[in-house]
Write a protein that binds this ligand. Structure first.
Ligand code: ADP
Ligand code: MG
Length: 722
């Protein structure tokens, strides 16, 4: 009998076990069996060579006639051609650089050969077939080979699929799952088969039905395990102490609210209430605030920060880029007005210091900023990754706000959170403008509660989007530049977005594809051509922090000002958060090279003020290209959630969760966060129920053990921090 927790060395021997360990980090039988086949192929029925069709998957019983090694003509290496016959015809097997096979496939050797029939030089062949040799007297047990599921495993150069398959063969028949991790009641209720059968059938299904049942059971295990890890995490985080931050009736927040030039939308009010309640609790808030660009998240974050400052604590806002950090700094000091001028003459007595900390500060400013953070002079600290450095030491960090979460790894968040001290946690508010369908958010940000701002504040102007087919209608592009000049003449600013900075950067992988339009090429063309009468500035990630800042500020000044910039030609550095309400038009060049969500993000930069926005998606893509469909979709709606779903459908799931979240993803083999949303939701409910009554899973020890095996220690750490 073989048990799941048995070491592979015990059952497979040292050599195979070592190979699996090196290639896949597998140590136990469970590790091996949890690596399910990537797909299944069906061997065709035992076939006569005479009746072969191109493309058939076949198994042939035949004898070797000859083995010849050829030197490749055009490139290094050798090619082995092995001619086999079954008496009805001949067929050539082809291998590359495998001269050693001559020992096995010498003249007269008999065996079963399987693979797919291809054609080369008008000759049918079987390229690198799978084969099994038969001794001279062996009876052929054809039934073992034909017309059954051939599991195909994820292989490496060193460990081939069939090597794994053979290892699985060695354990699968003797497998004995002593205790099913799923309680029987749950199995009955969900009509799931036992774990032992499920593992046997996923590896060696005898029928479609078995495969289906195995999948169903193992999918539930995955979904439940994932949700249990996340539930446990939520439970743990909520049991950390946090300093309750209460609203003060005559504090900074009250003064701020009184000075706000607008009233909060109902949605904003509701989220604000939730945040206030959570800040007032003795356990840390962990909230994800998602909402369209311009839906008013920043104002809510600022209100939360002021609540914390009112109660004597500090709030830190972490932004992904210097441009954004600087912009947050400006926006927040502006919104706060005199409230941000603590200690200055004539300032509000309830004011607080607002400090910006980025990598590009000079030594003196940095020293001052660090001092203000340590002493508590700075109630609100805004910064980039520079905030994560060791020497940044807060006086009393009560709230961490993270803007545009998808740009930060989970590790980074953990670093900042730890700055509140070892005995408590700060409240955490994560803001993202990238709409994510609920189940994806639930998985990627599983430990966070989610609030969504659905509507834009009233008075927001609509954005009209058009696709400009530059190749087919060049006149439309000329007209676009005219329109840009008109917008400037009317007192507004215009963005022009290009996919990259320099022309010689990356060569296109597809030779037929024109290199993407580069900022360095386009900007001078525009300045000398259609935009020669307006002031053009450039903006990209290669500029110094000070230069970026300068361009942004002058762009914000715009046509009305002597030092202003009217048109900003930029890379996607402006994608997130940049807020110049007076900008009304955006031209996105080579728009087909951007993803749906990215286009939507970009276009959110315009129409933020009182004037309507216009976005032109310029493409040279042809009429029938697939990108055209995407562009038309972006032009047809401004509903970010709709577009996000469309986007997700077109991308691979790996991209959705992002690399940082791979800890979660690596435990999902069968479950799709997109397609299995119902299953994930059901598993979540079940997990919450279990954790509520048994947070340590002490009464579910088998479940706990299987959880550990599925989500190994490293991964659990990862998930914890997400
Ligand atoms: P987000 O961070 O979600 O992109 P912001 O908080 O930056 O959105 O808000 C975008 C703009 O709308 C800002 O200029 C902000 O002052 C303004 N704004 C926010 N809430 C409202 C509201 N309820 N009514 C009017 N304007 C608002
Ligand atoms: Mg914002």
């Amino acid at each position: 009998m073989v048990a799941l927790d048995q070491q592979l060395t015990d059952v497979l021997g040292a050599k195979s076990a070592k190979a699996l360990e090196t290639a896949f980090d597998m140590h136990t039988v469970e590790h091996l069996l949890r690596a399910y086949p990537r797909k299944y192929e069906r061997r065709g029925a035992l076939t006569d060579l005479a009746g072969l069709q191109i493309g058939d998957h076949v198994t042939i019983q035949a004898e070797v006639l000859s083995f010849v090694t050829h030197k490749n003509k055009s490139r290094a290496g050798t090619r082995q051609e092995v001619v086999i016959t079954d008496g009805t015809g001949k067929l050539t097997l082809v291998f590359f650089n495998q001269h050693w096979r001559e020992k096995e496939l010498s003249e007269g050797a008999r065996g079963l050969f399987s693979g797919q029939i291809t054609v080369f030089n008008n000759k049918r062949q079987l390229a690198h077939p799978d084969y099994e040799l038969l001794g001279v007297t062996d009876e052929v047990d054809a039934s073992k080979y034909v017309d059954m599921y051939l599991p195909v495993y994820s292989a490496t150069a060193k460990v081939q699929s069939w090597t794994i398959s053979k290892c699985v063969d060695l354990v699968i028949d003797q497998l004995d799952v002593l205790e099913d991790p799923l309680p029987e009641s749950m199995r009955n209720e969900r009509k799931l088969i036992g774990l032992g059968d499920a593992l046997k059938w996923i590896h060696r299904p005898a029928s479609d039905e078995q495969l289906e049942q195995a999948r169903e059971r193992l999918k539930w295990d995955e979904a439940l395990s994932l949700q249990l890890v996340l539930s446990k995490q939520r439970h743990e985080e909520r049991s950390w102490p946090a300093v309750p931050r209460l609203e003060k009736p005559d504090g900074l927040l009250a003064a701020f609210d009184a000075s706000l030039p607008f009233t909060l939308t109902d949605g904003q009010k509701e989220v604000s209430r939730t945040i206030a309640e959570e800040l007032a609790a003795g356990h840390p808030m962990h909230r994800l605030l998602q909402g369209e660009v311009g839906s008013g998240k920043t104002v809510l974050a600022l209100r939360a920060m002021l609540t914390v400052v009112d109660s004597g604590g500090q709030a830190a806002l972490l932004a992904p880029t210097e441009v954004l950090a600087a912009q947050h700094y400006r926006a927040i000091t502006k919104l706060l007005g005199p409230l941000a001028e603590r200690g200055k003459l004539g300032s509000h007595d309830e004011g607080t210091g607002v400090t910006l900390l980025t990598g590009s500060l000079n030594t003196a400013s940095r020293r001052q900023a660090l001092l203000d953070i340590t002493s508590g002079q700075a109630g609100i600290v805004i910064g980039t990754h520079a905030l994560l450095e060791d020497r940044v030491d807060f006086y009393d960090l009560g709230l961490v706000v993270i803007d545009e979460q998808h740009r930060f790894g989970v590790e980074q968040r953990a670093t900042l959170v730890a700055k509140a001290g070892s005995d408590r946690r700060p409240h955490v508010l994560v803001m993202t403008a990238t709409p994510i369908p609920r189940t994806v958010a639930m998985t990627a940000f599983g430990a966070l509660d989610i609030s969504t701002l659905k509507e834009l504040p009233g008075g927001r102007s609509p954005i009209t989007t058009h696709v400009v087919y530059a190749a087919e209608q060049p006149a439309h592009l000329d007209r676009a530049w005219q329109r840009a000049v008109e917008e400037v003449k009317a007192g507004h600013q215009v963005y022009v977005v290009v996919p990259r900075i320099a022309s010689q950067e990356d060569k296109p992988t597809d030779k037929n594809q024109r290199p993407a339009i580069a900022l360095e090429d386009l900007a001078p063309q525009l300045m000398e051509g259609p935009l020669k009468d307006v002031r053009v500035g450039i903006m990209h990630g290669g500029l110094s922090g000070a230069d970026k800042d300068d361009v942004m500020q002058r762009f914000a000044l715009g046509p009305a000002h002597a030092d202003g910039i009217d048109v900003m030609v930029s890379t996607t550095v402006i994608e997130v958060g940049v807020d110049v309400p007076n900008a009304t038009m955006m031209v996105i060049m080579d728009a087909d090279r951007f993803g749906i969500s990215q286009l939507h993000q970009l276009r959110g930069r315009v129409g933020r003020g009182s004037a309507p926005g216009l976005c032109l998606l310029v493409t040279e893509a042809g009429k029938f290209s697939s990108s055209r469909e995407r562009l038309d979709a972006v032009a047809s709606t401004t509903d970010g959630f709709k577009l996000a779903e469309l986007d997700l459908e077109q991308r691979r799931e790996g991209d959705i969760l992002g690399r940082e979240q791979s800890g979660v993803r690596s435990s999902l083999h069968l479950v799709s966060v997109l397609k299995d949303d119902e299953l994930l939701e059901e598993a979540r409910v079940e997990a919450e129920r279990i954790i509520a009554i048994d947070p340590e899973l002490t009464d579910h020890s088998a479940l706990e053990r299987s959880l550990q095996a599925l989500v190994n220690q490293d991964r659990a750490e990862y998930v914890k921090k997400s």
